[in-house]
Design a binder for this molecule. Sequence first.
Ligand code: AMP
Length: 282
Amino acid sequence: MEIFNKVADVKEYVKAKKAQGKSIGLVPTMGALHEGHLSLMKGARRECDVVIASIFVNPTQFGPGEDYDEYPRILERDADLAEGVGVDAIFAPSADEMYPHGYSTYVTVEGITEKLCGKARPGHFRGVTTVVSKLFNIVRPDKAYFGQKDAQQFAVIKRMVEDLNMDIEVVPMPIIREADGVAKSSRNSYLNPQERNAAPILHRALMLADEMIEAGQRDAAKIIEAMEELIKGEPLASIDYVSIVDGDTLEDLHALKGKVLVALAVKIGPARLIDNIIRELE
Ligand code: AMP
């Protein structure tokens, strides 16, 4: 497996692979890899000739006071894990390599970036769409793989690709969970044992929503109320949002219909955890 730190080097690698007619799959990550990331890489491995994973803790998507400095950086271990699932090359640039002196260009998707996580994290999605655009330009993938765990991120990137006529297929991949339902996340490492015990409350709230939907409930307010009540019973959890929205437009739904995204963000100790389920309804 190759490891590139320079834009010019990975571009040269891609150019040579494309000249051989090979398809390229890209898996953008911030590293501290876990089974969630690895499932994306395995998906790319199945569908593409060449798999490139990027590992970059992107400063522009962190707000002031967020965890940019604390975010785990363990490249050597990540490289072993990526190699183990058949990744061909890792692109792990420095912040200066991606944003050299004088860097001035940002990509902004309006509207859907202002809802859900965008409310608590202004500027976050501008950082995401900027770095993903740069990665797309550098790697020129045929397909790029994103986890459904970050459902809003997926919707925003899909919107960007469509709006900017990017010739890239964005592929959603299912959420990988721990045995107790907690979605795997690099940020779970911030939790102490008591906080980790409290973390399944997100999944339990989503399962409650699922049961209510299965039983025929279509009133979003009733489902949100029941979820919030359940979460409030967990003293270590504090709700950022519990929302039921259309899975593509992220517009609030009052009556559940079509592609329904039930999403929540909950603070537990130092970690802000997110999770969601998507259901297709008549
Ligand atoms: P991150 O390194 O957290 O920026 O995540 C990189 C990619 O992995 C994103 O597309 C995430 O949605 C995806 N991802 C993170 N956690 C999971 C998970 N538990 N299951 C599936 N995909 C995930």
